[in-house]
Design a protein around this ligand. Structure first.
Ligand code: F6R
Ligand code: MG
Ligand code: MG
Length: 369
Protein backbone atom coordinates (compact mmCIF):
# COMPACT_ATOMS: atom_id res chain seq x y z
CA UNK A 1 0.00 0.00 0.00
CA UNK A 2 1.59 3.34 -1.01
CA UNK A 3 1.93 5.66 1.97
CA UNK A 4 -0.34 8.60 2.48
CA UNK A 5 1.09 12.08 2.89
CA UNK A 6 -0.80 14.89 4.59
CA UNK A 7 -0.34 18.54 3.72
CA UNK A 8 -1.47 20.77 6.60
CA UNK A 9 -1.69 24.52 6.21
CA UNK A 10 -2.48 26.19 9.54
CA UNK A 11 -2.44 29.95 9.97
CA UNK A 12 -3.13 32.65 12.51
CA UNK A 13 -2.71 36.37 13.04
CA UNK A 14 -0.71 36.55 16.25
CA UNK A 15 0.45 40.15 15.97
CA UNK A 16 0.93 42.68 13.20
CA UNK A 17 3.92 44.79 12.17
CA UNK A 18 3.08 47.75 11.73
CA UNK A 19 -0.62 47.77 12.71
CA UNK A 20 -2.26 44.98 10.69
CA UNK A 21 -0.02 45.37 7.63
CA UNK A 22 2.71 42.76 7.89
CA UNK A 23 4.63 40.17 9.91
CA UNK A 24 7.78 40.80 11.92
CA UNK A 25 10.75 38.65 10.78
CA UNK A 26 11.42 37.54 14.39
CA UNK A 27 8.10 35.71 14.45
CA UNK A 28 8.90 33.89 11.23
CA UNK A 29 12.31 32.95 12.62
CA UNK A 30 10.74 31.70 15.84
CA UNK A 31 8.21 29.57 13.92
CA UNK A 32 10.99 28.14 11.75
CA UNK A 33 12.79 27.10 14.93
CA UNK A 34 9.73 25.25 16.31
CA UNK A 35 8.97 23.45 13.07
CA UNK A 36 12.64 22.56 12.47
CA UNK A 37 12.62 20.76 15.80
CA UNK A 38 9.46 18.86 14.83
CA UNK A 39 11.10 17.89 11.56
CA UNK A 40 14.22 16.64 13.39
CA UNK A 41 12.05 14.58 15.74
CA UNK A 42 10.45 12.92 12.70
CA UNK A 43 6.96 14.33 13.31
CA UNK A 44 7.11 16.48 10.17
CA UNK A 45 8.52 15.38 6.82
CA UNK A 46 9.02 18.97 5.77
CA UNK A 47 7.70 22.50 6.36
CA UNK A 48 7.73 26.01 5.04
CA UNK A 49 6.90 29.12 7.07
CA UNK A 50 5.75 32.32 5.43
CA UNK A 51 3.43 35.29 5.92
CA UNK A 52 0.68 36.98 3.98
CA UNK A 53 0.10 40.43 5.43
CA UNK A 54 -0.20 40.01 9.21
CA UNK A 55 -0.87 36.26 9.06
CA UNK A 56 1.67 33.60 9.97
CA UNK A 57 1.35 30.64 7.61
CA UNK A 58 2.63 27.19 8.60
CA UNK A 59 2.85 24.78 5.66
CA UNK A 60 3.66 21.27 6.91
CA UNK A 61 3.86 17.75 5.49
CA UNK A 62 3.64 14.58 7.59
CA UNK A 63 2.22 11.04 7.75
CA UNK A 64 -0.24 11.55 10.62
CA UNK A 65 -3.42 12.36 8.64
CA UNK A 66 -5.80 15.32 8.89
CA UNK A 67 -7.13 16.67 12.22
CA UNK A 68 -4.17 15.07 14.00
CA UNK A 69 -3.82 16.20 17.59
CA UNK A 70 0.01 16.25 17.55
CA UNK A 71 0.16 18.41 14.43
CA UNK A 72 -2.52 20.80 15.65
CA UNK A 73 -0.77 21.05 19.02
CA UNK A 74 2.51 21.82 17.27
CA UNK A 75 0.81 24.63 15.34
CA UNK A 76 -0.93 25.94 18.46
CA UNK A 77 2.29 25.97 20.48
CA UNK A 78 4.13 27.65 17.60
CA UNK A 79 1.47 30.38 17.61
CA UNK A 80 1.72 30.68 21.39
CA UNK A 81 5.49 31.07 21.23
CA UNK A 82 5.14 33.59 18.40
CA UNK A 83 2.65 35.50 20.54
CA UNK A 84 5.32 35.80 23.24
CA UNK A 85 7.68 37.32 20.66
CA UNK A 86 4.88 39.63 19.51
CA UNK A 87 4.20 40.70 23.09
CA UNK A 88 7.86 41.42 23.74
CA UNK A 89 8.04 43.65 20.65
CA UNK A 90 4.61 45.09 21.49
CA UNK A 91 3.45 44.16 18.00
CA UNK A 92 -0.12 45.03 17.20
CA UNK A 93 -2.87 42.66 18.38
CA UNK A 94 -0.50 40.06 19.86
CA UNK A 95 -2.26 36.69 20.04
CA UNK A 96 -5.31 38.08 18.22
CA UNK A 97 -6.50 34.79 16.67
CA UNK A 98 -5.84 32.55 19.68
CA UNK A 99 -9.32 32.57 21.10
CA UNK A 100 -8.77 30.04 23.85
CA UNK A 101 -6.34 29.90 26.75
CA UNK A 102 -5.60 26.23 26.38
CA UNK A 103 -5.35 23.73 23.53
CA UNK A 104 -8.10 21.11 23.39
CA UNK A 105 -7.10 18.64 20.70
CA UNK A 106 -7.78 20.50 17.46
CA UNK A 107 -7.19 24.13 16.46
CA UNK A 108 -10.47 24.23 14.51
CA UNK A 109 -12.89 26.52 16.28
CA UNK A 110 -10.09 27.99 18.39
CA UNK A 111 -9.21 30.81 16.00
CA UNK A 112 -6.56 29.63 13.52
CA UNK A 113 -7.51 28.78 9.90
CA UNK A 114 -6.88 25.23 8.68
CA UNK A 115 -6.74 23.46 5.30
CA UNK A 116 -5.54 19.86 5.23
CA UNK A 117 -5.38 17.24 2.52
CA UNK A 118 -4.33 13.57 2.79
CA UNK A 119 -3.15 12.11 -0.50
CA UNK A 120 -1.17 9.36 -2.13
CA UNK A 121 1.50 11.31 -3.95
CA UNK A 122 1.38 10.89 -7.73
CA UNK A 123 4.49 10.32 -9.88
CA UNK A 124 4.70 14.08 -9.94
CA UNK A 125 2.56 16.13 -7.56
CA UNK A 126 2.41 19.88 -8.23
CA UNK A 127 0.46 21.66 -5.47
CA UNK A 128 -0.50 25.31 -5.18
CA UNK A 129 -1.08 26.89 -1.78
CA UNK A 130 -3.07 30.11 -1.76
CA UNK A 131 -3.01 32.48 1.22
CA UNK A 132 -5.02 35.70 1.50
CA UNK A 133 -5.05 38.63 3.89
CA UNK A 134 -7.99 40.95 4.72
CA UNK A 135 -10.81 38.75 3.48
CA UNK A 136 -12.87 35.65 4.35
CA UNK A 137 -12.97 32.11 2.90
CA UNK A 138 -15.90 33.12 0.67
CA UNK A 139 -13.26 34.81 -1.47
CA UNK A 140 -12.28 31.37 -2.82
CA UNK A 141 -15.74 30.54 -4.25
CA UNK A 142 -15.27 32.50 -7.44
CA UNK A 143 -11.78 31.22 -8.37
CA UNK A 144 -12.59 27.62 -7.32
CA UNK A 145 -15.69 27.59 -9.48
CA UNK A 146 -13.73 28.99 -12.40
CA UNK A 147 -10.88 26.45 -11.98
CA UNK A 148 -12.96 23.32 -11.52
CA UNK A 149 -16.23 24.02 -13.38
CA UNK A 150 -15.78 26.74 -15.99
CA UNK A 151 -14.60 25.58 -19.41
CA UNK A 152 -13.81 29.17 -20.39
CA UNK A 153 -11.03 28.97 -17.77
CA UNK A 154 -10.14 25.31 -17.72
CA UNK A 155 -9.82 24.10 -21.27
CA UNK A 156 -9.16 20.62 -19.86
CA UNK A 157 -12.83 20.25 -18.90
CA UNK A 158 -13.54 20.11 -22.63
CA UNK A 159 -10.42 18.57 -24.14
CA UNK A 160 -8.76 16.41 -21.45
CA UNK A 161 -10.42 12.97 -21.12
CA UNK A 162 -9.10 12.73 -17.52
CA UNK A 163 -11.25 15.63 -16.29
CA UNK A 164 -14.01 15.74 -18.88
CA UNK A 165 -16.48 14.16 -16.40
CA UNK A 166 -16.09 17.13 -14.06
CA UNK A 167 -15.79 17.70 -10.31
CA UNK A 168 -17.94 17.64 -7.18
CA UNK A 169 -18.09 20.62 -4.84
CA UNK A 170 -18.64 20.21 -1.11
CA UNK A 171 -20.21 23.45 0.10
CA UNK A 172 -20.54 24.56 3.71
CA UNK A 173 -23.34 26.73 5.05
CA UNK A 174 -21.28 28.53 7.72
CA UNK A 175 -24.34 29.83 9.56
CA UNK A 176 -26.03 26.43 9.94
CA UNK A 177 -22.84 24.32 9.91
CA UNK A 178 -24.35 22.04 7.21
CA UNK A 179 -22.72 20.63 4.06
CA UNK A 180 -24.10 19.85 0.62
CA UNK A 181 -22.22 18.19 -2.27
CA UNK A 182 -23.12 19.24 -5.80
CA UNK A 183 -21.81 17.72 -8.99
CA UNK A 184 -20.66 19.64 -12.06
CA UNK A 185 -21.51 20.15 -14.85
CA UNK A 186 -25.01 18.71 -14.28
CA UNK A 187 -25.80 20.66 -11.07
CA UNK A 188 -23.86 23.77 -12.04
CA UNK A 189 -26.84 26.14 -11.87
CA UNK A 190 -27.83 24.86 -8.41
CA UNK A 191 -24.22 25.17 -7.27
CA UNK A 192 -24.04 28.80 -8.38
CA UNK A 193 -27.14 29.71 -6.38
CA UNK A 194 -25.04 28.94 -3.30
CA UNK A 195 -21.55 29.99 -4.41
CA UNK A 196 -22.77 33.45 -5.43
CA UNK A 197 -23.79 34.03 -1.79
CA UNK A 198 -20.19 33.76 -0.68
CA UNK A 199 -20.61 35.25 2.79
CA UNK A 200 -22.74 32.31 3.81
CA UNK A 201 -21.92 29.39 1.50
CA UNK A 202 -18.28 28.46 1.06
CA UNK A 203 -16.55 25.75 -0.92
CA UNK A 204 -14.89 23.41 1.55
CA UNK A 205 -13.54 20.61 -0.69
CA UNK A 206 -13.53 19.58 -4.34
CA UNK A 207 -13.35 15.99 -5.60
CA UNK A 208 -12.80 14.53 -9.08
CA UNK A 209 -16.02 12.81 -10.07
CA UNK A 210 -14.58 9.71 -11.71
CA UNK A 211 -12.65 8.44 -8.66
CA UNK A 212 -13.39 10.82 -5.74
CA UNK A 213 -9.76 11.95 -5.70
CA UNK A 214 -9.41 15.18 -3.71
CA UNK A 215 -8.57 18.26 -5.82
CA UNK A 216 -8.85 21.21 -3.44
CA UNK A 217 -9.38 22.06 0.23
CA UNK A 218 -10.14 25.49 1.65
CA UNK A 219 -10.18 26.83 5.19
CA UNK A 220 -13.74 27.71 6.08
CA UNK A 221 -13.47 28.99 9.62
CA UNK A 222 -15.35 32.23 10.20
CA UNK A 223 -13.77 33.92 13.18
CA UNK A 224 -16.60 36.24 13.94
CA UNK A 225 -19.04 33.35 14.18
CA UNK A 226 -16.63 31.43 16.39
CA UNK A 227 -15.93 34.29 18.71
CA UNK A 228 -19.35 35.93 18.61
CA UNK A 229 -17.72 39.32 18.28
CA UNK A 230 -15.16 41.06 16.12
CA UNK A 231 -11.75 39.43 16.30
CA UNK A 232 -10.43 40.16 12.80
CA UNK A 233 -11.11 38.65 9.38
CA UNK A 234 -10.41 34.99 8.94
CA UNK A 235 -7.88 35.51 6.12
CA UNK A 236 -8.25 32.13 4.41
CA UNK A 237 -5.90 29.57 2.88
CA UNK A 238 -6.44 26.78 0.37
CA UNK A 239 -4.55 23.87 -1.17
CA UNK A 240 -5.09 22.96 -4.83
CA UNK A 241 -3.64 19.93 -6.67
CA UNK A 242 -2.69 20.47 -10.25
CA UNK A 243 -1.89 18.79 -13.62
CA UNK A 244 -2.51 15.20 -14.87
CA UNK A 245 -6.17 14.81 -14.01
CA UNK A 246 -6.60 18.18 -12.30
CA UNK A 247 -6.61 21.70 -13.77
CA UNK A 248 -3.15 22.67 -15.09
CA UNK A 249 -1.11 25.22 -13.11
CA UNK A 250 -2.08 27.91 -15.61
CA UNK A 251 -5.76 26.96 -15.34
CA UNK A 252 -5.59 27.14 -11.55
CA UNK A 253 -4.01 30.61 -11.66
CA UNK A 254 -6.08 32.06 -14.51
CA UNK A 255 -9.17 33.00 -12.39
CA UNK A 256 -6.98 35.37 -10.37
CA UNK A 257 -6.31 37.44 -13.50
CA UNK A 258 -9.70 39.02 -12.76
CA UNK A 259 -9.56 40.99 -9.49
CA UNK A 260 -13.03 40.01 -8.32
CA UNK A 261 -14.74 41.80 -5.45
CA UNK A 262 -14.44 40.25 -2.01
CA UNK A 263 -15.52 41.16 1.52
CA UNK A 264 -12.87 42.29 4.00
CA UNK A 265 -10.42 45.15 3.54
CA UNK A 266 -10.59 47.94 6.16
CA UNK A 267 -12.02 46.72 9.48
CA UNK A 268 -13.32 43.58 7.78
CA UNK A 269 -16.30 45.69 6.75
CA UNK A 270 -15.72 46.69 3.15
CA UNK A 271 -15.79 45.24 -0.34
CA UNK A 272 -12.96 45.62 -2.75
CA UNK A 273 -10.83 43.80 -5.32
CA UNK A 274 -8.67 40.74 -4.59
CA UNK A 275 -5.16 41.62 -5.76
CA UNK A 276 -2.80 38.74 -6.64
CA UNK A 277 0.75 39.70 -5.63
CA UNK A 278 4.26 38.38 -5.18
CA UNK A 279 5.38 37.38 -1.68
CA UNK A 280 7.14 40.67 -1.13
CA UNK A 281 4.10 42.71 -2.15
CA UNK A 282 1.81 41.02 0.37
CA UNK A 283 1.82 43.89 2.87
CA UNK A 284 -1.51 45.69 2.52
CA UNK A 285 -1.24 49.34 3.56
CA UNK A 286 -3.75 51.39 1.55
CA UNK A 287 -6.91 51.61 3.69
CA UNK A 288 -5.50 48.37 5.17
CA UNK A 289 -5.71 46.78 1.73
CA UNK A 290 -6.70 46.19 -0.91
CA UNK A 291 -7.08 42.48 -0.08
CA UNK A 292 -4.05 40.41 -1.13
CA UNK A 293 -3.58 36.84 -2.29
CA UNK A 294 -0.26 35.04 -2.70
CA UNK A 295 0.37 31.60 -4.15
CA UNK A 296 3.24 29.30 -3.18
CA UNK A 297 3.83 26.50 -5.70
CA UNK A 298 5.57 23.26 -4.66
CA UNK A 299 6.44 19.93 -6.21
CA UNK A 300 5.95 17.26 -3.56
CA UNK A 301 8.69 14.65 -3.52
CA UNK A 302 8.05 11.88 -0.97
CA UNK A 303 6.44 14.54 1.19
CA UNK A 304 9.33 16.98 0.77
CA UNK A 305 8.20 20.44 -0.29
CA UNK A 306 10.31 21.28 -3.34
CA UNK A 307 9.88 25.04 -3.60
CA UNK A 308 8.26 27.42 -3.12
CA UNK A 309 7.84 29.18 -6.39
CA UNK A 310 6.28 32.63 -5.99
CA UNK A 311 3.51 32.03 -8.53
CA UNK A 312 2.09 35.58 -8.85
CA UNK A 313 5.57 37.05 -9.32
CA UNK A 314 4.90 37.22 -13.04
CA UNK A 315 4.41 40.30 -15.27
CA UNK A 316 1.35 38.58 -16.77
CA UNK A 317 -0.46 39.64 -13.55
CA UNK A 318 0.69 43.30 -13.82
CA UNK A 319 -2.46 44.29 -15.66
CA UNK A 320 -4.61 42.59 -12.97
CA UNK A 321 -2.83 44.58 -10.27
CA UNK A 322 -3.31 47.79 -12.24
CA UNK A 323 -7.00 47.01 -12.68
CA UNK A 324 -7.30 46.14 -8.98
CA UNK A 325 -5.86 49.55 -8.08
CA UNK A 326 -8.28 51.28 -10.43
CA UNK A 327 -11.23 49.34 -8.95
CA UNK A 328 -9.95 50.09 -5.43
CA UNK A 329 -9.99 53.82 -6.24
CA UNK A 330 -13.51 53.57 -7.60
CA UNK A 331 -14.78 51.73 -4.52
CA UNK A 332 -12.97 54.10 -2.12
CA UNK A 333 -14.88 57.03 -3.59
CA UNK A 334 -18.05 55.56 -2.05
CA UNK A 335 -16.66 56.20 1.43
CA UNK A 336 -19.15 54.91 4.01
CA UNK A 337 -21.77 53.94 1.43
CA UNK A 338 -22.69 50.45 0.26
CA UNK A 339 -21.63 48.55 -1.77
CA UNK A 340 -18.13 49.64 -0.66
CA UNK A 341 -19.15 49.34 2.98
CA UNK A 342 -20.62 45.88 3.62
CA UNK A 343 -24.33 45.47 4.39
CA UNK A 344 -25.10 45.91 8.10
CA UNK A 345 -25.29 42.21 8.95
CA UNK A 346 -21.91 41.44 7.36
CA UNK A 347 -19.86 44.16 9.02
CA UNK A 348 -17.41 43.17 11.68
CA UNK A 349 -17.51 46.58 13.32
CA UNK A 350 -20.66 48.52 13.89
CA UNK A 351 -21.82 51.37 16.04
CA UNK A 352 -25.43 50.81 14.91
CA UNK A 353 -26.90 49.41 18.16
CA UNK A 354 -25.43 52.31 20.17
CA UNK A 355 -26.54 54.96 17.66
CA UNK A 356 -29.98 53.35 17.46
CA UNK A 357 -30.34 53.32 21.23
CA UNK A 358 -29.29 56.94 21.54
CA UNK A 359 -31.74 58.07 18.86
CA UNK A 360 -34.57 55.64 19.51
CA UNK A 361 -36.92 58.27 21.00
CA UNK A 362 -36.51 60.50 17.94
CA UNK A 363 -38.04 58.12 15.41
CA UNK A 364 -41.64 59.09 14.64
CA UNK A 365 -44.19 56.78 13.06
CA UNK A 366 -44.72 57.47 9.35
CA UNK A 367 -48.28 58.44 8.40
CA UNK A 368 -50.09 56.98 5.43
CA UNK A 369 -50.32 59.55 2.60
C1 F6R B 1 -9.07 44.07 8.80
C2 F6R B 1 -8.08 44.50 9.78
C3 F6R B 1 -7.83 45.95 9.94
C4 F6R B 1 -8.35 46.47 11.27
C5 F6R B 1 -8.15 48.00 11.42
C6 F6R B 1 -8.58 48.51 12.77
O1 F6R B 1 -9.23 42.68 8.82
O2 F6R B 1 -7.49 43.71 10.46
O3 F6R B 1 -8.35 46.67 8.87
O4 F6R B 1 -9.70 46.15 11.40
O5 F6R B 1 -6.80 48.32 11.24
O6 F6R B 1 -7.96 47.79 13.75
P1 F6R B 1 -8.19 48.01 15.31
O7 F6R B 1 -9.65 47.81 15.57
O8 F6R B 1 -7.35 46.93 15.93
O9 F6R B 1 -7.72 49.39 15.62
MG1 MG C 1 -4.20 41.66 12.38
MG1 MG D 1 -4.68 39.21 8.48
Amino acid sequence: MPEKITISVIKADIGGYVGHSSMHPDIIEDANKSLRQAEKSGMLIDFYVTACGDDLELIMTHRLGGDNEKIHKLAWETFEKGTEVAKKLKLYGAGQDLLSDSFSGNVKGMGPGVAEMEIIERTSEPILIFMADKTSPGAWNFPLYRMFADPFTTAGLIIDPKIHDGFKFEVLDVYENKFITLSCPEEMYDLLVFLGASNRYMVNKIFRKTDNEIGAVASTQKLFLIAGEYVGKDDPVMIVRSQSGFPAVGEVLEPFAFPHIVAGWMRGSHQGPLMPVSFKQANPTRFDGPTRVICAGFQLSDGKLIGPRDMFDDPSFDETRRKANEVADYFRRHGPFEPHRLPLEEMEYTTMPKVMKKLEGRFVQGKKA
